[in-house]
Design a binder for this molecule. Structure first.
Ligand code: HEM
Length: 474
């Protein structure tokens, strides 16, 4: 293993690699960004690690991450292969989008998904109208708590997952619906299976996946989630009419009808399952976690909550529903939402990339096929860029005249070819859900409750520890 790393000159430095396990002991897989931040201090902006046989390079700080993802976008556009997903149908020509290798099929599926999201509604209600409607359902559910202490997590999750359901299946579920509850439960279990040491080990030593019972035991939740998605897709297909496209699933099925060429471009049944799962995985936890951080920071900073509410009252009033057009007239609210994303640091280590060819970064040689970790946390808290990197400070996004500004180092959605494909949708959900909730309620910490923790729980995303809140109608 030592030999493997040493054969390249100008390869990034890193901690000493041990036989077999490489440098895995240096990483706390339940809080990898903390380990990376320590190694960053010791080895600089670009350092190397080794997970058993796999070479990893970790990129830190705004300048380095931007140079790789934006200036050398194609060199860093690939993703590593993930054997742990094979039991879900992931494999040749069936890789979904999020963990797809860089190439023709990924490009086609990404283009298709972007344009389907853009054209959403297809003559019916726009996506914005559907999000606004969902915000109304969310407020009714919050209202029914009647000011008692409760954990917002379930309701916020329901609302955000419903947006994905509307996109994929054209319909939402009532929050009490048993099918919906099961879907969310299975999804949560499947996300938790992604965290920790075992999935990392199985990815780099995939032979372990052939031990009878290992994948079934390690990824029981993911399999159950995929089985459930199969049922939903099959049910949807029963009512499919090619002349009338209702939603993402219909649009995908229509592409599949186009024959062999479309099949070659990835439009097959297995990819429909995987892309659907991708939209759930990438689009629900991220957005609902951000909203939960937003409300937690409002509890902890009541003076900031009051300023947001004053702006809502001035620009929108108490009755009319917020719309995206309001955003330009609401610099403070916009700054608060951006600061939630920066300080909340929701996807601290991004998603793994892989070098598509041999490349060079700030004088270091990085060979083709190296796994790249973009430490987004080190960008969002880069001390050379942000005035108060470790404080919740909405003024990071306001100029001297109180106008909204977005510093370039604001990269919670990453950057370059693999950047989040639904940033616009996510921005819309965050703005509409957050402003609607604060228009209708003031969120306060229940008496006798300890001050909620500000550190996150890491399972691909970093989410707040459970906390109780009281929503007082305004
Ligand atoms: C990828 C952040 C919401 C779909 C990503 C990545 C990040 C991210 C950091 C990895 C980019 C990279 O590899 O460099 C976020 C945040 C969100 C959010 C912070 C909400 C606040 C959404 C939503 C959807 C979505 C709502 C879809 C409904 C995707 C997809 C990818 C992705 C499909 C993979 C892109 C690719 O590999 O080509 N997102 N995301 N995301 N996101 Fe998001």
């Amino acid at each position: 293993f030592m030999k493997r790393r040493k054969k390249w000159s100008h390869y990034p430095p890193g901690p000493v690699s041990l036989p077999f396990i490489g440098t895995m002991l240096y990483i706390n897989f339940h809080n990898p960004h903390f380990s990376f931040n320590q190694l960053h201090k010791k080895f600089g902006n670009i350092f190397s690690l080794q997970n058993c046989w796999t070479n990893l390079v970790v990129l830190n700080g705004y300048k380095t991450v931007k140079e790789a993802l934006v200036h050398k976008s194609e060199d860093f556009a690939d993703r590593p292969y993930f054997p742990v997903y094979e039991h879900l149908g992931y494999g040749n020509k069936c890789e979904g989008i999020v963990v797809a290798r860089y190439g023709h099929i990924w490009k086609e599926l990404r283009k298709f998904t972007l344009s389907t999201l853009r054209n959403f509604g297809m003559g019916k209600k726009s996506l914005e109208e559907r999000v606004t409607e969902e915000a109304g359902f969310l407020c009714s559910a919050v209202n029914s708590e009647e000011g008692r202490p409760f954990d917002l997590r379930f309701l916020v999750n329901n609302a955000v997952c419903n947006v994905i359901c509307i996109i994929i299946y054209g319909e939402r579920f009532n929050y009490g619906d048993e099918t919906f509850k099961k879907l969310l439960h299975l999804f949560e279990n499947s996300m938790n299976e992604e965290a920790g040491f075992l999935p990392q080990l199985l990815n780099v030593v995939p032979i372990l996946l052939h031990i009878p019972g290992v994948p079934q035991k390690a990824f029981r939740g993911q399999k159950a989630f995929m089985d459930f998605i199969d049922v939903l897709i099959d049910k949807h297909m029963e009512t499919w009419n090619p002349a009338y496209i209702r939603d993402f699933t219909d649009a995908f099925l229509k592409e599949m009808e186009k024959g062999k060429e479309a099949e070659e471009s990835g439009f097959n049944y297995n990819n429909l399952r995987l892309v659907t799962a991708d939209l759930f995985a990438a689009g629900s936890e991220t957005t609902s976690t951000t909203l939960r951080w937003a409300l937690l920071y409002m509890l902890l900073h009541p003076e900031i909550q009051s300023k947001v509410q004053a702006e809502i009252d001035k620009v929108i009033g108490r009755e009319r529903s917020p719309t995206m057009k309001d955003q330009v007239s609401m610099p403070y609210t916009n700054a608060v939402i951006h600061e939630v994303q920066r300080y909340g640091d929701i996807v601290p280590i991004g998603l793994p990339h892989m070098t598509y060819r041999d490349t060079e970064l700030q004088g270091f040689f990085i060979p083709k096929g190296t796994t790249i970790i973009t430490n987004l946390s080190s960008v969002l808290k880069d001390e050379t860029v942000w005035e108060k990197p470790n404080e919740f400070y909405p003024e990071h996004f306001l100029d001297a005249n109180g106008q909204f500004v977005k510093p370039e180092a604001f990269l919670p959605f990453s950057a370059g070819r693999r950047a989040c494909l639904a940033e616009q949708l996510a921005r819309m959900e965050l703005f509409i859900f957050f402003t609607t909730l604060l228009q209708k309620f003031t969120f306060v910490l229940p008496e006798d409750q300890p001050r909620p923790r500000e550190d996150g729980h890491f399972a691909l995303t970093s989410s707040p520890h459970p906390y109780q809140v009281r929503a007082v109608p305004r």
